[in-house]
Structures are given as C-alpha cells and as structure tokens.
Design a protein around this ligand. Structure first.
Ligand SMILES: *Cc1c(COP(=O)(O)O)cnc(C)c1O
Length: 413
C-alpha cells in the first residue's frame, strides 16, 4: 500500500478560527457555541483540535450519560452497522423486539413506540394522549386539552413551541397548535383548578431541565398523580433529560413512587451515538394506535435498536444510576462549600445540577468561558444558571479535579 506523505506545498491544517468561520459561513445561525472545536471524546473527556483536553460537564444535554464513545456501545453499533441498518417498519427485524423488551422492563411500562429525536417522542405522546381522549375517555371531537407547565421544554417543532412559555422559542413562528393549557410548575392546586371534562392529560418534566434545573416541592408528583386519577386524566412525564440514570434513579418519577401512564425518553437512550427516542406507555394508551396511524421511516431501525439496547445495558451493568446518586450528592455538597459572592443557589438531583448565580454576577456565560479556560466545558441554562451534568461514568477524583477548578473560577471571575 502506498503511504501518502504530507506535501510541503499543501495548505497548513485548519485552525480553530477556520472551522468556526466555515460553520458561520455555511450554517444557520441558530446556536451560539463556545469557541472550542472538538475532535475527539473518550469517557468524560473531550479534546479540541489544538490538543487541549476538557472535562465535559454538559454531556450533550444529558445524551452522554454513558460517556463519550463507550466501547461497548461502539461495538454494538459497528457490528450492527455492518450487518443490517434499516428495514423500515414494513418488515420485522431481529433487533427491535429485544430493545422494546429491555426498555419496557426498565421503565415498568409495557409498550414502546420508537422514534428518533426527543421532539418526535413528545409529538407521539401528544398524538396518543389526544386519541385516547376521543376514543377511550369520550371527549367531544377537537376539544381535547393537555395541561402543561410554565417554563417547560419539550423540543422545537411547531406543536411543541405552541405550549412553550419562552418568548424567543415562539417569536416569528405562529400560527400555533391549539389545545394546551399552561399552569405554574410545582403547584398541584393549579392543576386541580385547570382540569375540565375535556382534559386528556397532564404532561410535565419531573424536574425541569432546560428551565433551569427546577425541582418541584416534595410530594408534588404524588399529589398530581392523585388528582389525575380522580379526574380520569392521563399522567405523562417527559423523561428525555431526567431519565436513564441522570438524577440518581432510572427515571426521576421513581423519587415519589408514582406510576405514570406514559413517559417520553430520548437523549441517553443511545449513549450519544445515534438519535433514538421513544414514547413508552400502558396498554390502554398505546392501544389507540392502529397500523397506519403514525410512523417514522427511521424509527425503530435495527441499528438504533442494537445501539439502544447496548446503551441501556451499560447503564444497568455499570451501575450508572447508583453512581449518579452517590456522586451527585458528593458534587452538590462540594459545590455548596464554595463560598462565592456570585452564587445564589446550588440545586440538583443526582448528576443534574444547576448553579444559579445572582443577577449581579453578570450572567452565566462569562463563567462558562472562564471554565473553558481551565479545562471544563459547561453551558449556561437560561441566563443565570450554570448546568453541571457530567457523564455518569465520572469518578470521585475527577469530580475533585473539577471542584478545584470551579472554585477557582467562581471565586475569581
Ligand atoms: C432535549 C429535550 C427534548 C427534545 O429533545 P430533542 O432530541 O432535542 O428533540 C424534549 N424534552 C426534554 C425534557 C428535553 O430535555
């Protein structure tokens, strides 16, 4: 085989600024990334093209609970990719059923409908909820209402931004999908007051992630479960960010021992390898779907199913949920010990942690930039909150390493 040697006349390698310029020249301007160009990831670490190493404290918004490029998921992906990747759901495949079974066992819900992005899983949940309202509950045609919470995040499709309360997520995208009613988060009395005979479901995050790591009061989930049961209203949780070990339970609803009628999952369902999501529910809800009602060309493809099953196996076999619980407590107390004049509150559950800064701190972004300079990648959430959500494979000594640097930044900046 001929070796290709770098030629002296060839252009020098791209710089960080070159890659940033390429993205800004040819790409839509719908994100505002930190100025770092990543090229490699392994476990909790990522490297930029200049060879700098960083601890990933964002985990792609919790899609990387298993860490970057987990070898076991990689192997499942490569093996399946060389065998069979896509059949469409016009035919059965030998991977999908095994994935369904695993996800069903872990969630305690019997039926799965696979999609790709988180937004599609939520869209699927909304379709199921509405059809249940008309065909099971007996809500009059076109009258079904879904109650959601202020400050929610469910994704970026037109229907999902229709019930967002973030101005920017909606501005310029009207007309919106009707049928949603917004109530305050963490307020069970508001739910009771909002329910009508046409209410189909209460759809909420058990902890609001994008909203700023907002943890509802103790007993809230149990209380809303009782109210939903008494009114024949479905209880559906969006576990796309909180699920799969992140908060120290497999699913965050387990903290209050409630039994939802359905959940949406995504993000860490592939350990960061592939877009995989699902709506998972009771028989009563999922039985509303008949052949032809709903679908997706890529949803449930054998590559996704093999990757998803390996990603779930890693969470269980490496005790990532238990690790998140133990190390989350450790990380939160370490963060609380930092006596920074800028910090208003440290809150979190498991390894989903928010550090809320005082308004006088000048916004979270400058702290994220300073953290990057010392080798930690984190991203602001809303304006004043720094989210710390490292991969769940992180170790105590890596957290100590991070705490030392975070303290330096929060004390000095
Ligand atoms: C990220 C997220 C979504 C949307 O997932 P996408 O894959 O970005 O479409 C939905 N709900 C919650 C709670 C999320 O955190």
């Amino acid at each position: 085989m001929q070796t290709i040697l770098p030629s002296l006349t060839s252009k020098p390698a791209f710089t960080t600024q070159d890659y940033i310029n390429l993205e800004t020249t040819y790409g839509a301007n719908n994100y505002h990334p930190l100025d770092v160009v990543l090229t490699k990831g392994q476990g909790v670490w990522v490297w930029d093209i200049e060879g700098n190493q960083y601890l990933d404290c964002l985990s792609a918004y919790s899609a990387l609970n298993q860490g970057h490029c987990h070898p076991r998921i990689l192997q499942a992906m490569v093996e399946q990719a060389s065998k069979l990747t896509l059949t469409s759901r016009a035919f059965y495949n030998d991977q999908l059923g095994l994935f369904y079974q695993k996800l069903s066992q872990l969630s305690g819900l019997p039926k799965v409908l696979p999609m790709n992005s988180g937004a599609e899983a939520v869209e699927t949940a909304i379709k199921a909820i509405r059809k249940w309202a008309y065909t099971v509950k007996g809500v009059p045609a076109n009258q079904a209402e879904i109650i959601v919470c202020k400050n929610n995040f469910a994704g970026r499709t037109i229907s999902l931004i229709s019930f967002s309360t973030e101005k920017q997520y909606r501005f310029g995208f009207a007309p919106f999908t009707p049928g949603f009613k917004v109530i305050p988060y963490g307020d069970a009395a508001a739910l009771e007051a909002a329910i009508t005979a046409n209410t189909a479901a209460f759809f909420l995050e058990p902890i609001q992630g994008e909203g700023g790591i907002i943890i509802p009061p103790d007993g809230y989930l149990r209380e809303v479960e009782r109210i939903c049961r008494e009114n024949n209203v479905l209880l559906v949780f969006d576990e796309i960010q909180t699920g799969l070990g992140r908060t120290g339970k497999m699913f965050a609803f387990e903290y209050e021992g409630v039994k939802p009628d359905g959940i949406t999952v995504g993000k860490a369902l592939s350990g960061g390898f592939y877009p995989i999501s699902a709506f998972v529910s009771t028989h009563e809800v999922m039985d509303v779907f008949n052949p032809g009602d709903h679908g997706s060309t890529f949803g449930g493809n054998p590559l996704a199913a093999a990757v998803g099953r390996a990603a779930l196996d890693v969470i269980v076999d490496e005790r990532l949920t238990e690790r998140a619980a133990e190390l989350g407590d450790y990380f939160i107390s370490g963060l609380r010990e930092i006596k920074s004049p800028y910090v208003k509150e440290v809150r979190g559950r498991g390894l989903l942690i928010g550090v809320e800064l005082k308004p006088s701190a000048g916004g979270a972004r400058r702290f994220c930039k300073a953290l990057m300079q010392v080798g930690i990648l984190a991203k602001e959430t809303r304006e004043h909150i720094i989210r710390f959500a490292p991969p769940l494979v992180i170790t105590r000594s890596q957290l100590d390493w991070a705490l030392e640097r975070i303290e330096g930044v929060l004390m000095a900046s």
